[in-house]
Design a protein around this ligand. Structure first.
Ligand SMILES: C=C1C[C@]23C[C@@]1(O)CC[C@H]2[C@@]12CC[C@H](O)[C@@](C)(C(=O)O1)[C@H]2[C@@H]3C(=O)O
Ligand SMILES: O=C(O)CCC(=O)C(=O)O
Ligand SMILES: [Fe+2]
Length: 326
């Protein structure tokens, strides 16, 4: 991390070296969800990187564009209007503060609960009915993609039943969260060789995260050797992250990917992420179908509720799973 005496605008925001074109993730797995090879390709990408780009997912461009333009409209409102949709915790509008433990980033966001039982009432926070309708339409579609991807994961892992993983996000009481992030351009650092941290490095605690962004890059993932690589943006694709809980369910076969966002000095980034988590009481332990003869769990037993509580008491960059290793 670069530390500079910066402009007051970026006070308290950690700085990072600005990405250059040579940092691009040249080996990024791209999975065509409509192809018969998708299950194997997904399992392979999750084992190597915990991350892949998903194309031919079937969500209409209109559904994605409508949400993006409603989000842009919301984030363009006067600050006082946006603040009326806050605070961010447990759900609502937030700015610069991420979580409750002192993390800061160059962004504003909406954090929303997804109530699987009543999707139409899911996104009660944003004041505008058009925004709510766009959110509900998009979330319904992206959830279906998450389920198809988790079914493909089970198939790729060679385990039955096909819903061994996906049932955890479709179950009654599953804990699903949706987040819309807006990273304004950080003009103060233009030309200085460093950039504001948009969203600091972390892994996602849930099972799966499905991200879509506008055409502004900024997302980076850490490869298993620790090298940070930039993910070129693609507004037509989804980017899928393996979360900590899926790493545990697969006894470490799938890797929970460390990632972060670097703010651009010229362009806004808008991203929307669906986080699929299980019900609070769901036990998070390696699936028996995946344990070989005599293979032991690498982790202590815990429920999603216990893990979530520990995660929300931690700082963004903490290695949360380390406390649950045997
Ligand atoms: C600093 C934090 C923000 C976070 C809760 C936490 O204490 C640690 C995990 C963070 C994270 C990362 C993925 C998602 O964006 C998120 C909503 C989640 O479930 O875990 C955030 C949490 C947050 O922003 O509140
Ligand atoms: O906004 C992004 O592109 C990624 C944000 C992220 O990793 C998160 O919200 O957990
Ligand atoms: Fe994340």
């Amino acid at each position: 991390m670069v530390v500079l005496a910066g402009s007051p605008a970026v006070d308290h925001i950690p700085l990072l070296r600005s990405p250059d074109p040579g940092d691009n993730f040249s080996g990024m797995p791209v999975v065509d969800l409509s192809s018969p090879g998708a299950p194997r390709a997904i399992a392979d990408a999750c084992e190597r990187f915990g991350f892949f780009k998903l194309v031919n997912h079937g969500v209409p461009a209109d559904t994605m564009d409508r949400l993006e333009s409603e989000a842009v409209r919301f984030f363009s409102l006067p600050q006082a209007d946006k603040d009326r949709s806050g605070p961010a915790y447990p759900f609502g509008y937030g700015s610069k503060r991420i979580g409750l433990n002192g993390d800061m980033g160059w962004l504003e966001y909406l954090l929303l609960a997804v109530d699987a039982a009543s999707l139409s009432a899911a996104c009660a926070v944003p004041s505008c009915a058009l925004f709510r309708a766009a959110l509900n339409e998009y979330i319904a579609a992206v959830r279906k993609v998450a389920v198809r991807v988790m079914e493909a994961m089970a198939e790729g892992l060679g385990i039955a039943p096909v819903d061994a993983l996906s049932a955890m996000v479709t179950a009654e009481g599953s804990d699903q969260v949706f987040r819309v992030n807006h990273y304004p351009p950080c003009h103060a650092l233009q030309g200085l060789g460093c950039s504001a941290t948009g969203f600091g490095e972390h892994t996602d605690p849930q099972l799966i995260s499905v991200l879509r962004s506008n055409g502004t890059s900024g997302l980076q993932i850490a490869l298993q050797n620790g090298q940070w690589v930039s993910v070129p943006s693609d507004r037509d694709a989804f980017f899928v992250n393996v979360g900590d809980s899926l790493q545990v369910l697969t006894n470490g076969r799938f890797k929970s990917v460390k990632h972060r966002v670097v703010a651009n000095s010229l362009k806004s980034r808008v991203s929307m992420i669906y986080f699929g988590g299980p019900a609070m009481t769901q036990r998070i332990a390696p699936l028996p179908q995946l344990l070989g003869a005599g293979e032991q769990s690498l982790y202590k037993d815990f429920t999603w509720g216990e893990y979530k509580k520990a995660a929300y008491n931690s700082r963004l960059g903490d290695n949360r799973l380390a406390h649950f290793h045997r």
